[in-house]
Design a protein. Structure first.
Length: 232
């Protein structure tokens, strides 16, 4: 019996050491205020230390569970989000507005007049464009949808490109033919102008020749008149 008591007395200090080591676990925690506008990281060993660094009451941010015992505090994971509550404050879920926030932050009720959504999807990964679904909602009650399926979009695009190339080639031929025709017209006009200019030049030359001939005749007549007198 004495041997058993001694063995138990030897075991109790080791258990106390284990419990002390367990409570001396230091971990990081994220602490936020009641309206979740400020979030800070705090290192704490025990619950009392965290409460002294934070405030009078702590709850879990995700569900509002009160953290009031050391055993529950030691089971929390690292980086657990805790909410600091002061006197008169209560935990609120994420979706509901806090009491500390002003009333202006509350969303006012609204009425949707029209809503238009576009959904582009593919039934087959090999599709070029896919399908387009257009959905329109009026006053939240009337809904109209249209499904535009573009299965042959690739072939249509090929035909469009083919017709584009054909039209460009035809346009090029038309421009080339028109330029040749305009060039011929300009050449013909130049020829007509040259043909009109040549007769005028020939007439001028003929007149000049006639004038020179008449001058020579006059000189001959004068020579015949004055030559015999000179001999006498």
């Amino acid at each position: 019996m004495d041997y058993a008591m001694k063995s138990l007395s030897l075991l109790t200090p080791s258990e106390e050491i284990l419990t002390q080591d367990f409570y001396l676990f230091s971990g990081p925690f994220r602490v936020t205020n009641v309206d979740r506008s400020v979030k800070k990281g705090i290192m704490a060993d025990v619950l009392v230390d965290l409460i002294n660094k934070g405030a009078s009451a702590l709850v879990l941010d995700e569900d509002g569970t009160s953290v009031d015992t050391e055993d529950f505090f030691q089971t929390l994971p690292e980086n657990a989000v805790l909410m600091v509550l002061e006197k008169g404050q209560k935990w609120t879920p994420h979706n509901s507005p806090s009491r500390d926030r002003p009333s202006d932050c509350k969303q006012k009720p609204r009425t949707d007049v029209a809503k238009l959504t576009f959904d582009l999807y593919k039934n087959n990964p090999k599709d070029f464009i896919g399908c387009l679904n257009v959905k329109a909602t009026l006053y939240g009650a009337y809904t109209v949808s249209y499904d535009l399926r573009c299965y042959a979009a690739k072939s249509v695009l090929k035909e469009v490109l083919r017709w584009t190339i054909f039209s460009m080639q035809a346009t090029g031929h038309i421009l080339l033919g028109s330029s040749c025709y305009i060039e011929q017209l300009l050449e013909e006009e130049e020829r007509v102008e040259k043909s009109l200019a040549l007769p005028q030049e020939s007439r001028i030359r003929q007149l000049q020749k006639k004038v020179t001939k008449s001058k020579h005749k006059n000189y001959d007549v004068l020579a015949k008149i004055f030559y015999p007198t000179c001999l006498l």
